[in-house]
Design a protein around this ligand. Structure first.
Ligand SMILES: NC(=O)c1ccc[n+]([C@@H]2O[C@H](COP(=O)([O-])OP(=O)(O)OC[C@H]3O[C@@H](n4cnc5c(N)ncnc54)[C@H](OP(=O)(O)O)[C@@H]3O)[C@@H](O)[C@H]2O)c1
Length: 302
């Protein structure tokens, strides 16, 4: 059966599309640029994710799943007012388009898996955070609240899962390759106080958890996609040093990061959440990578 992935051309979408194609699904990608290279393994359909429904909507009728990964990157540019608007609109409007398409589909997709992020909880200290925790009030939290609300509008017609993803670790994309250069030369270390929690997940577990959520009828509502053992940023730096066999004690001061990156530094690097996958574990998902050392060793080994 077919699975439609909106924003399926990106870091997570491409890897998920490959895995689901191997499971025997026909993959359809909704993209703003259907003719861009690298679309070969899936059928690419053009869409305009502006809150409206277009001819692309017929592709979701009867699908085994609709997965929503569309959104302007949160780390690509400094957060000007315009960029923040793009980050917000690209998620809420794309999700509204998909929910409206589900509303009108002759046969709704069997499940709607929609993106979200652990940023939903806002910046927190070392308390453990499950799906029950209320949302934060900073910019990313407010974006996630609106993003999830737009997805939950589809509830009347299908099962909806909002995947609150943490920092996805992989060799060939996401944040990890960008962090590596200073660590490789022994100039890496904690950022700011190092006490902020970074909820991480190995890319393989993220893919397998989405597959699990597609198959599992009891998976519904918010779902933390984070490993069971989140670490502080200082522990993350030490683990990265161990994996690369390099010293990792050189701190990056908070004021310098704020000067360089503005508001983004606080939200993406200097704060975090000790989010745990309470629902995934309750439903019986078995993580392949529970400990950061194992995840980093598997990703960074030659
Ligand atoms: N990677 C992580 O560690 C992580 C962590 C937490 C949450 N997430 C969330 O998971 C989702 C997928 O992440 P990713 O790392 O795969 O992101 P990505 O590589 O940036 O891919 C996102 C896709 O969204 C589409 N897109 C980009 N800008 C857009 C815009 N302005 N309007 C509509 N669509 C746009 C693009 O597809 P086309 O150009 O083909 O249209 C792009 O391929 C994102 O929403 C992200 O916030 C990711």
């Amino acid at each position: 059966m077919s699975i439609v992935i909106a924003g399926g051309s990106g870091f997570l979408g491409q890897a998920l599309a490959r895995a689901l194609a191997q499971d025997g699904h026909e993959i359809v990608i909704l993209t703003r640029r259907p003719r861009a290279p690298g679309r070969d393994s899936a059928r690419a359909i053009a869409w305009t994710p502006d809150g409206s429904v277009g001819p692309w909507a017929s592709s979701i009728s009867g699908a085994a799943a609709l997965v929503n990964l569309a959104g302007e990157s949160i780390a690509a540019r400094r957060w000007t007012a315009t960029q923040k608007q793009r980050i917000r609109d690209s998620r809420t409007l794309a999700t509204r388009s998909l929910a409206a398409a589900i509303e009108r589909a002759p046969t709704p997709p069997a499940v709607f898996i929609s993106g979200s992020a652990t940023g939903y909880y806002g910046p927190l200290d070392d308390r453990i955070v499950t799906e029950e925790h209320p949302p934060g009030a900073d910019f990313l939290a407010r974006v996630a609240v609106d993003w999830e609300a737009a997805a939950m509008d589809a509830q009347a017609r299908t099962r909806v899962v909002c995947v609150r993803t943490g920092l996805v670790l992989a060799r060939d994309g996401g944040a990890l390759p960008k962090m590596l250069p200073p660590f490789r030369v022994g100039a890496g270390g904690p950022v700011g106080s190092g006490r902020q929690y970074w909820p991480w997940i190995h890319q393989q577990d993220w893919i397998d958890l989405v597959r699990f959520a597609i198959r599992h009828p009891a998976a519904t509502g918010p779902l933390n996609a984070t490993a069971p053992a989140p670490v502080t940023n200082a522990e993350f730096a030490r683990a990265l040093g161990r994996a690369l066999r390099r010293p990792a004690w050189l701190p990056a001061p908070a004021f310098a990061l704020k000067l360089l990156l503005g508001e983004m530094a606080e939200a993406l690097l200097l704060s975090g959440q000790r989010a745990v996958p309470a629902k995934a574990e309750r439903l019986g998902y078995a993580f392949a990578f529970r400990q950061l050392d194992d995840a980093l060793r598997s990703i960074l080994r030659r």
